[in-house]
Design a protein around this ligand. Structure first.
Ligand code: MN3
Length: 198
């Protein structure tokens, strides 16, 4: 069954003034849709390459799968961990895990902002569950790579591709990252945390 663009669980303008409605509309309906289309095409190409036993075509399709599949997975998580009337600090077990790992929420934010700002070119910064050390960690990925590739479980992430912020913030990525904290749905991230640690 082909992949489909998930509905945005709120209006385009719901994250104003932190993320503007036009950015949300283009980001969701154009950019994310393009990853969905690319993933469906890559799956078709992989099937055809496998039927032909064409190893080079398999490798080529796999590269497209990684990019568009990551793009679809990353954005599908991104929309759900944001929302109107959110922000603040995580409580409960997630809040405690962040405190254990980073000494406190304020320090976590500082480290996260530094890592997200420092991504060269396009990519994502993540809060992840690390199953081997049973702790939360910050990770960054390039382009549309997803943290599952290195064994991590993404709980929340920020898209720092320019398409995610350029209309409102232009070159000021740090301002976008600071504003993003106001729309993080920590309740949802907490649910992702509970699910990840089992
Ligand atoms: Mn994006």
């Amino acid at each position: 069954m082909p992949h489909q663009l998930p509905n945005l669980p709120y209006d385009h303008a719901a994250l104003e003034p932190h993320i503007d409605a036009q950015t949300m509309q283009i980001h969701h309906s154009k950019h994310h849709q393009a990853y969905v289309n690319g993933l469906n095409a890559a799956e078709e190409a992989l099937r055809a390459a496998m039927e032909k036993g064409d190893a080079k075509a398999v490798v080529k399709a796999t590269a497209a799968l990684n990019f568009h599949g990551g793009g679809h997975a990353n954005h599908s998580l991104f929309w759900t961990i944001m929302g109107p009337k959110t922000g603040g600090e995580p409580g409960g077990d997630l809040g405690a895990a962040i405190k254990d790992a980073f000494g406190g929420f304020a320090n976590f934010k500082t480290v996260f902002e530094t890592q997200a700002t420092g991504i060269q070119g396009s990519g994502w910064a993540w809060l992840c569950w690390e199953p081997t050390t049973k702790s939360v960690v910050i990770a960054t990925t390039a382009n549309q790579d997803n943290p599952v590739k290195t064994g991590l479980v993404p709980l929340a992430g920020i898209d720092v591709w320019e398409h995610a912020y350029y209309l409102k913030y232009q070159n000021r990525r740090p301002d976008y990252i600071k504003a993003w904290w106001n729309v993080v749905a920590w309740e949802k991230v907490g649910q992702n945390f509970q699910q990840a640690r089992g």
